[in-house]
Design a protein around this ligand. Structure first.
Ligand SMILES: [Zn+2]
Ligand SMILES: [Zn+2]
Length: 386
């Protein structure tokens, strides 16, 4: 740090001397000096840029009942999960806005649709050097599509090992564990990102069994930010695990009024006991946490009170609990949901079926439209991929 400041001072001094010398030597001819000075000014900053241009942020993308986060460090990008199939366009837009057309790493935490479904949207905009996934095969059309995209645009699927480290600019990514159980959620890749003195722990949908395996492994789990496992389900974020992580911030990626009632009461009360600051995509919208290596800064789309953040999910909607019927006005939330998370499908130029897989039936130049659009245009679901 001190070195850089010293270097910068020297650089400025040199520049000043050069300018003065320039002026002194050729006061009449204005041309050489201005030509020389901008060149020097642009020549000196690059040595400082790595220090000056350092940046780190994690964008927890609001993808409803799903997971997606874009990590940026010094102009390097890593995408962890991509939401549901219908979130492809959201992911595409976020990457485009960030100018992230080259991703260092794409992480598919595990094979469930709410984590990999929207990754084709990422690969439609960007290429990736490396695509990490706990498995290379999984019996679903969504996985097949994701895998094909990863093979075309993401260097194929790589199964990492616990202890593997990757650089992301000046940040460090460490794989802490994966494939900790039979259940697909417990296959989740768990990783830690460290930037300066700050740290972020991502657990996919890992549940207690996987958390216990992490505790048993002796991995360093302390983190400033924890992306909660399995959308705040009570089956994740156990006391022993939370005690080890002791996060300042607990981020829950969850859909408003979801039918799973995530986040659950037990989880929220454990977070309260651990004195965590809770952030929820259903209440806060997009959440961006940036770090200067020491301090964290949180920006959210929407604000929510501490009280609201402690209310379990799904409760506001009687639709999730048919028969409960105490609330007469859950309809606005109901109609909002499909609009913001419209399912997208592929349609061929000629043909009558819509597809989840753009390469199904060798479609030529398929177009992506919303499911309701496809239906309104008279398309019917493909029996092979839908
Ligand atoms: Zn999930
Ligand atoms: Zn899952």
């Amino acid at each position: 740090m001190r070195n850089t400041k010293l270097r910068r001072c020297l650089a400025l001094l040199c520049l000043a001397l050069l300018l003065m010398a320039g002026c002194g030597m050729a006061p009449a001819s204005a041309t050489p000096a201005p030509a020389a000075s901008p060149a020097r000014m642009s020549a000196s900053p690059p040595t400082e840029l790595p220090e000056e241009g350092r940046s780190f942020s994690v964008h927890f993308i609001d993808v409803g009942q799903a997971d997606a986060a874009l990590v940026e460090c010094d102009g390097h990008f890593m995408l962890i999960d991509g939401g549901n199939r219908g979130d492809s366009d959201v992911i595409y837009t976020v990457l485009k806005k960030a100018g992230a057309d080259k991703l260092d790493i794409v992480v598919a935490s595990h094979a469930h649709e709410d984590h990999i479904g929207g990754l084709p949207g990422a690969f439609n905009y960007a290429t990736a050097e490396l695509t990490l996934c706990p498995v290379t095969d999984y019996d679903s059309g969504v996985f097949e599509t994701f895998k094909e995209y990863a093979e075309d645009r993401g260097g194929g699927l790589t199964v990492p090992e616990a202890g593997d480290m990757y650089d992301l600019g000046s940040a460090e990514v460490e794989i802490l564990g994966l494939n900790a159980g039979e259940d697909t959620n417990n296959t989740s890749i768990v990783l830690m990102i460290r930037y300066g003195e700050t740290s972020f722990l991502f657990t996919g949908d890992a549940e207690r069994e996987a958390e216990q395996a992490l505790l048993d492994s002796g991995a360093e789990l302390k983190a400033d930010v924890l992306k909660l496992g399995h959308h705040g389900s009570d089956t994740s974020t156990s006391y022993p695990f939370l005690r080890e992580v002791m996060p300042e911030y607990a981020v829950i990626s969850v859909g408003e009024g979801n039918s799973y009632e995530h986040p659950e009461e037990g989880t929220l009360s454990r977070l309260r006991d651990a004195d965590c600051k809770i952030l929820r995509t259903d209440l806060n919208g997009d959440i961006i946490i940036s770090s200067d290596g020491e301090e964290l800064t949180v920006t959210t789309d929407k604000t929510a009170t501490e009280e609201q953040l402690l209310v379990p999910g799904g409760k506001s909607r009687s639709i999730a609990k048919p028969g409960a019927g105490e609330s007469p006005e859950p309809t606005p939330a109901e109609t909002e949901q499909p609009q913001s998370r419209e399912t997208m499908v592929w349609i061929p130029k000629s043909g009558s079926k819509y597809h989840s897989d753009p390469e199904c039936s060798n479609m030529k130049d398929p177009t992506q439209v919303s499911l309701s659009q496809a239906e309104s245009m008279g398309y019917t679901p493909c029996k092979k991929c839908w």
